[in-house]
Design a protein around this ligand. Structure first.
Ligand code: PLP
Ligand code: COI
Length: 350
């Protein structure tokens, strides 16, 4: 028997948890804070999901917006928790600085996330349902700017929405293709979570889908010889002798899931890990490949297609490779409270 946690008696919304996809479902409350005259206001919770801004707002004209993606989970013993929010707070601060936006203080970021999850606790999917609560903090330039310059006013918001698996078909291995488009320039914005990186990926992802692929593998823009990432996840590879390898690059997003998985591989599973440049030419020699991120968790890749040349991973198209599965089980075990977490990784929302 498990200890009865605080959340366990709470009335959950009547959603078909096992079958929700990765879609927006409006929830009850969201957090809003405004920046004006050089300072953030104290912030409020509101029921209003609509945003009213000037037609010439910086976000609308010049895409001055950054965001984060994180999740809340119901643990096996009924608690509501979130995972390493300090790292999302720090990454959002880095993103803001790169786009000349004022930083929303990191402690207030964590507080806003906790408040928003707590206010929507009925939407945190039950343990074992396969769904989780996706948390989307974001901020944008809200006043009018017609010359190309930073806004003077900003809005920071957090909303939550229950989600199922990011890729349809759950853990069915993906088929991905080498993109003819580049995601990020050297010395560009690939390392931050700016909306502009996703706007420019839309044509590439739609092209991949039209050609029958689930996702793109982007190569480095300078030489097109090195593996970067996908539009929404970092890569993990497993060598034939069980080493876990992940690409190192200044133009990919420093994924919190990937950093956590590398720690899990080394400290929990006793595997050798390497963060280094990965040449595309090496990929044919790997045993397993996965996409990792908050939304993707670890989604196995079965096949990589480079303009007709197929690389079939030995792990196949039926399920996850053995190491990927262990990584997945350990990470989700930590997130759902089944496995003891490293200090500071799990923040309880009471
Ligand atoms: N890479 C990109 C481009 C992403 O959008 C994401 C999603 O957040 C990731 C990687 C994974 O990062 P994280 O594990 O912090 O969610
Ligand atoms: C995430 O994993 O949180 C992402 O932001 C990826 C995608 C939904 C943009």
């Amino acid at each position: 028997m498990f200890r009865k946690g605080q959340g366990e008696d709470m009335e959950k919304k009547n959603l078909d948890w096992a079958n929700i996809g990765f879609n927006y479902i409006e929830t009850d409350e969201r957090y809003v804070s405004n920046y004006k005259d050089g300072a953030w206001d104290e912030g409020v919770m509101t029921k209003d999901p609509m945003v009213a801004i000037n037609e010439c707002a910086g976000v609308l004209q010049y895409a001055q917006t950054v965001f984060e993606g994180m999740k809340a989970y119901t643990t096996e013993d009924g608690r509501t928790v979130t995972f390493r929010p300090d790292l999302n707070a720090a990454r959002m601060a880095d993103s803001a600085r790169r786009l000349e936006m004022p930083v929303f203080p990191e402690d207030r970021f964590i507080d806003a996330v906790i408040k928003t999850v707590a206010a929507n606790r009925a939407y945190v999917p039950p343990f074992g349902s396969g769904a989780t609560l996706y948390i989307r903090p974001y901020m944008f330039g809200s006043n009018s700017v017609i010359g190309v310059k930073p806004s003077d006013e900003y809005q920071f918001r957090v909303f939550v929405t229950p989600v199922g698996p990011y890729f349809k078909g759950g853990v069915k291995p993906l088929t991905i293709c080498i993109s003819d488009f580049d995601r990020a320039a050297p010395r560009g914005t690939g390392h931050i979570k700016a909306g502009l990186n996703y706007a420019m990926s839309l044509h590439a992802i739609q092209t991949a889908h039209r050609n029958g692929f689930d996702e793109n593998m982007y190569l480095d823009a300078a030489t097109r010889t090195k593996v970067e990432e996908t539009g929404g996840a970092n890569f993990l590879f497993v060598t034939k002798d069980n080493k876990v390898v992940t690409p190192k690059s200044d133009s990919i997003l420093p994924s919190i899931t990937r950093r956590s998985l590398m720690h899990v591989a080394k400290e929990y599973l006793g595997l050798e890990v390497e963060e280094r440049e990965v040449l595309f030419e090496e990929v044919k020699d790997f045993a397993e490949c996965g996409l990792c991120g908050t939304a993707a968790v670890i989604s196995p890749v079965g096949k990589i297609v480079d303009h007709g040349r197929e690389i079939c991973l030995p792990s196949g198209m039926d399920g996850m490779g053995a190491v990927t599965q262990k990584l997945y089980d350990t990470l989700t075990g930590i997130q759902m409270g089944r496995i003891e977490a490293p200090e500071g990784w799990i923040v309880e929302i009471s």
